[in-house]
Design a protein around this ligand. Structure first.
Ligand SMILES: N[C@@H](CCC(=O)N[C@@H](CS)C(=O)NCC(=O)O)C(=O)O
Length: 220
């Protein structure tokens, strides 16, 4: 199996992270948005939704959408709960991530890394900041009920994987995670799991760096 990804995409990180937790050896083909790789005919013809991540299966077929790929990899493992109610809750938190959480957090991160402050184009960036904090507040209140994982009791599910990258990188958008202590503890729990893989394995200096953004080698 091979993942087609970009270097700093949180959506792509989800897939590599779960594969690593599951001990799946995932080949990697890393594209650059900046270089125009995602506009190439080769990518457009091969990517069902024209975005990364794409998971290429051994039979040559390709899957799009991080949540769908997480589901595909997790079936038959504890990362996809057996109980129907927990499955529904997992899907609900993954929908929350795609609708309310990832969009403002990823846009804020990119905006701040490129423009350095919230004064330029303030109105839009402040909306993203407001929406990001609203999503993190919902997540904090959920975790504050005493749960260790997003919707399962004993072991994490793919909802935890889906919510992790953009929560982890929210500080790049100027968000102080100290304000969300249960979220911070949950982030630490994820990072203690066997098989955890950082955004840049072996390069902790790169994980929360925005250097590539300012030198225009970056894609969200
Ligand atoms: N809902 C999709 C979002 C995928 C997405 O937005 N991918 C970004 C990278 S994080 C991308 O391909 N951006 C390039 C573009 O939009 O042209 C998922 O979860 O996989």
């Amino acid at each position: 199996m091979r993942i087609i990804d970009t270097q700093r995409s949180g959506n792509c990180w989800k897939v590599r992270l779960l594969a690593s937790f599951l001990g799946i050896d995932l080949q990697r083909a890393t594209l650059s948005i900046d270089r125009g790789d995602l506009r190439s005919a080769e990518f457009i013809n091969s990517a069902p939704m024209k975005k990364v991540p794409v998971l290429e299966l051994d039979d040559g077929s390709r899957l799009s959408e991080s949540g769908a790929i997480l589901f595909y990899l997790a079936r038959g493992t504890p990362w996809w709960p057996e109980d129907a109610k927990q499955q529904a809750q997992t899907l609900a938190w993954m929908a929350f991530e795609q609708e309310q959480h990832m969009p403002p957090l990823s846009r804020l991160r990119l905006h701040l890394a490129l423009r350095k402050d919230l004064t330029a184009e303030a109105a839009q960036a402040r909306r993203w900041l407001h929406e990001s904090n609203a999503a993190l507040s919902i997540f904090e209140a959920h975790l504050a009920t005493g749960r260790r994982w997003v919707c399962t009791d004993t072991e994490p599910s793919i909802a935890d994987v889906a919510l992790y990258p953009y929560t982890r990188m929210s500080t790049m958008g100027g968000i102080d995670l100290d304000v969300y202590p249960h979220v911070e503890e949950w982030v630490a729990r994820i990072e203690e799991l066997a098989g955890y893989q950082a955004l840049f394995p072996g390069r902790p200096d790169m994980n929360l760096s925005s250097l590539e953004l300012t030198s225009k080698l970056f894609s969200i």
